[in-house]
Design a protein around this ligand. Structure first.
Ligand code: BJW
Length: 246
């Protein structure tokens, strides 16, 4: 077997769970206490901007908590990227997460396809800027100063994810596609595994529990254990998937 030179990862909320960030669909997840249609759609924002801004302000504030930091899984991916690219391999990390933990861990070739909590944008001129404090409906764009207020830089339901063409191109060129800590319920990200398979890639799932997706190899357990174990072995033996995968 030839080396797995081009590796694409898709991460979801599960990779950040052990850093203290809630997932969405667990029984105690974010959607248990917040109705999706009231906080994560453009209509919700139009109807009640204060409620939506409050939801994202709370989550942005949480990122400043010193307890919330990259965990062993985020760090293992950054280390693996460095090793693979030093050997001439290609590494793309696509995250659905809006936290900043991959970036803080040192990941470089990163696509935040659902946006970022610490960013806002102007619906009038499209200007994006870093934003670490609360966003209020009176905050205006520093570039165009339009009366349309700044909004969270988050991809809500019905909106097109960021860099979708780049995501799909990377997935189509992958030798190995690994899905980590995502339930695979939200499209278009949920369709990447089928795209990778149809383009001939090996596919693997690292998760706390099986999802209903069809992967070639699976490894189940907390991300802080299975992710470092998987990528350390892959670094030592880049021609095959770790032997402990089923
Ligand atoms: C652990 C762990 C531990 C726990 N260790 N693991 C078909 C095709 C295209 C679109 C659609 C379609 N069908 C329906 C749609 C529309 C819609 C959609 O998918 N709806 C479904 C619900 C059916 N999609 C959209 O609207 C998207 N846009 C779109 O489609 O545009 C149109 C278009 C696209 C392309 C071409 C042409 C047109 C936009 C989706 C935006 C999603 N936004 C959200 C919220 C905003 C961000 C935020 O507030 O944070 O993004 S929804 C929410 O779900 C969030 C997440 O990124 C996303 C995924 O959730 P994730 O990460 O998988 O979390 P969970 O909680 O579901 O799962 C956690 C997993 O971790 C579990 O498996 C656990 O087991 C595991 N876990 N602890 C390891 N310690």
């Amino acid at each position: 077997m030839t080396a797995l030179n081009s590796i694409v990862l898709l991460t979801g909320a599960g990779i950040s769970a052990e850093s203290g960030i809630q997932t969405f669909r667990a029984s105690d997840g974010l959607w248990a206490n917040h109705a999706i249609e009231e906080v994560a759609t453009p209509d919700a924002y139009a109807r009640n901007p204060a409620k939506v801004l409050d939801f994202y302000n709370q989550r942005r504030t949480q990122l400043q908590d010193p307890q919330v930091a990259p965990n062993a899984a985020h760090l293992a991916l950054a280390k693996f990227e460095q090793a693979l690219t030093a050997q001439g391999g290609r590494f793309t990390l696509i995250t659905q997460n809006v936290d900043n933990l991959h970036r803080r861990a040192g990941s470089q070739n990163l696509i935040a396809m659902h946006g970022e909590l610490q960013s806002v944008f102007c619906p009038a001129c499209g200007h994006r800027q870093t934003w670490v404090h609360d966003l209020n409906s009176t905050d205006l764009c520093p570039v165009c100063a339009e009366s349309a207020p700044l909004r969270p830089d988050i991809v809500w339901f019905g909106e097109i994810p960021y860099q979708l063409d780049a995501c799909q191109a990377a997935v189509e060129q992958a030798d190995l596609f690994v899905s980590i800590g995502t339930s695979g319920q939200v499209y278009p990200a949920a369709g990447f595994v089928a795209l990778a398979k149809s383009a001939g890639a090996l596919t693997a799932e690292l998760n706390l529990e099986p999802t209903r997706k069809d992967f070639d190899f699976c490894l189940y357990g907390p991300a802080t254990q299975v992710v470092p174990a998987f990528f350390e072995q892959l670094m030592n033996q880049p021609t095959q998937l770790p032997s402990f995968c089923q």
